[in-house]
Design a protein around this ligand. Structure first.
Ligand code: PMP
Length: 348
């Protein structure tokens, strides 16, 4: 019998036999490993990593209250985005939908895969969306919808009720990218994967966990979706140092939570101080670790900041982001440097 997920997958993915690495075939304990043509001398990292990431997925399962079969780990969330498109969208035929403005990688990964990315504008008044607007933009060839909550670059959480309405009504895969959720006062959608087999939730170690450099992203979904992702991923998509560092970092949840509290306190202080600067037109509310800030002239302020050694992200030119800069919340000293620099370019 064809499962619901199987009926959504590209037929070539259902049919194909995955590459089987030496370490896929044998993952127990042996006296000697003569199966993978590695250098046998005891140099660091001479052995291939575990392709199934068993220890790491087990650890994440404990932290998130999920089963390892519901967890994918990869080279950043960016890998998960690309794999999902390759699993569900037939190039040149199927399409996906992303909100706008949102994280740019959904559109880039769609382009790489020759898949049409339909953009639906967020509401100008509050950067939120309705399930209706996405259903209206979809057709029978729409296989994926990417939602980002809290959204990058606008910073706001999307309406939970509208996401649930979309899950109830849309027949394809709904991806909720929660890269910034640790900074928001809202529960994860991960718990809903038990109820919605077509829901994929993405998280990452790159933001609150402070490990962008190791490249470790996670996706939570029905075991059939995860099995399909495992089937097409590179065997050794996460390297041994990253597996070790990720395990060690996930042991330090208390430290992560303390740092998040400090970032949230700084977010409030920074927003308050920015609002009082003449060059600032508006500071948008944020549920993330950055602020979207409208200024008089984004290009001029961006260049002025650069000359003072302060790099922010110029979002001018994106939908609904006229003259907006996206500013990451730093440590107090960094934020003070930014405020001082902005203060000095007030005369624009
Ligand atoms: N999702 C969103 C919304 C992001 O803003 C980013 C990084 N800017 C990512 C995913 C990428 O995360 P990773 O580092 O895990 O690839």
């Amino acid at each position: 019998m064809i499962t619901e997920i199987e009926s959504l997958l590209r037929p070539n993915v259902v049919r194909m036999k995955p590459y089987s690495s030496a370490r896929d075939e044998f993952s127990g304990m042996a006296l000697v490993y003569l199966d993978a043509n590695e250098n046998p001398y005891p140099v660091d990292y001479s052995r291939y990593p575990d392709p199934a990431h068993t220890a790491l997925r087990g650890k994440i399962a404990g932290l998130k209250g999920l089963h390892p079969s519901q967890i994918f780990t990869g080279n950043g969330s960016d890998e998960a985005i690309d794999l999902l498109i390759r699993l569900f969208c037939e190039p040149g035929i199927d399409n996906l939908i992303a909100l706008s403005p949102s994280y740019g990688m959904y559109g880039v990964a769609a382009d790489v895969n020759n898949v049409e990315c339909r953009r639906v504008m967020l509401r100008a008044s509050d950067f939120d969306f309705t399930a209706d607007s996405l259903i209206e933009a979809s057709d029978s060839l729409t296989k994926l919808i990417f939602l980002c909550s809290p959204n990058n670059p606008t910073g706001n959480l999307l309406s939970r009720a509208e996401i649930v309405a979309l899950l109830d009504r849309f027949a394809g895969i709904v991806v909720v990218d929660e890269a910034y959720l640790d900074f928001a006062a809202s529960p994860s959608f991960a718990g809903l994967i038990y109820k919605y087999p077509r829901l994929v939730v993405m998280q990452t170690l790159s933001k609150a966990w402070g490990a962008a450099g190791i490249r470790l992203g996670m996706a939570f979904a029905h075991p059939d979706v995860i099995a399909a992702m495992q089937k097409i991923k590179y065997s050794y998509n996460v390297n041994s140092p990253t597996l070790e560092l990720a395990l060690a970092r996930l042991d330090r949840e208390d430290e992560m939570k303390r740092q998040v509290e400090e970032i949230l306190a700084e977010r409030r202080r920074l927003a308050d101080r920015l609002e009082r600067l003449p060059v600032v037109v508006k500071v948008y509310p944020s549920d993330a670790n950055f602020l979207l800030v409208k200024v008089a002239d984004a290009n001029a302020v961006y260049d002025g900041l650069l000359r003072k050694g302060v790099v922010v992200r110029n979002r001018h030119g994106l939908d609904l982001c006229d003259n907006c800069l996206r500013i990451t919340v730093g440590v107090p000293k960094e934020n003070d440097l930014l405020l001082e620099a902005l203060n000095r370019i007030t005369g624009l």
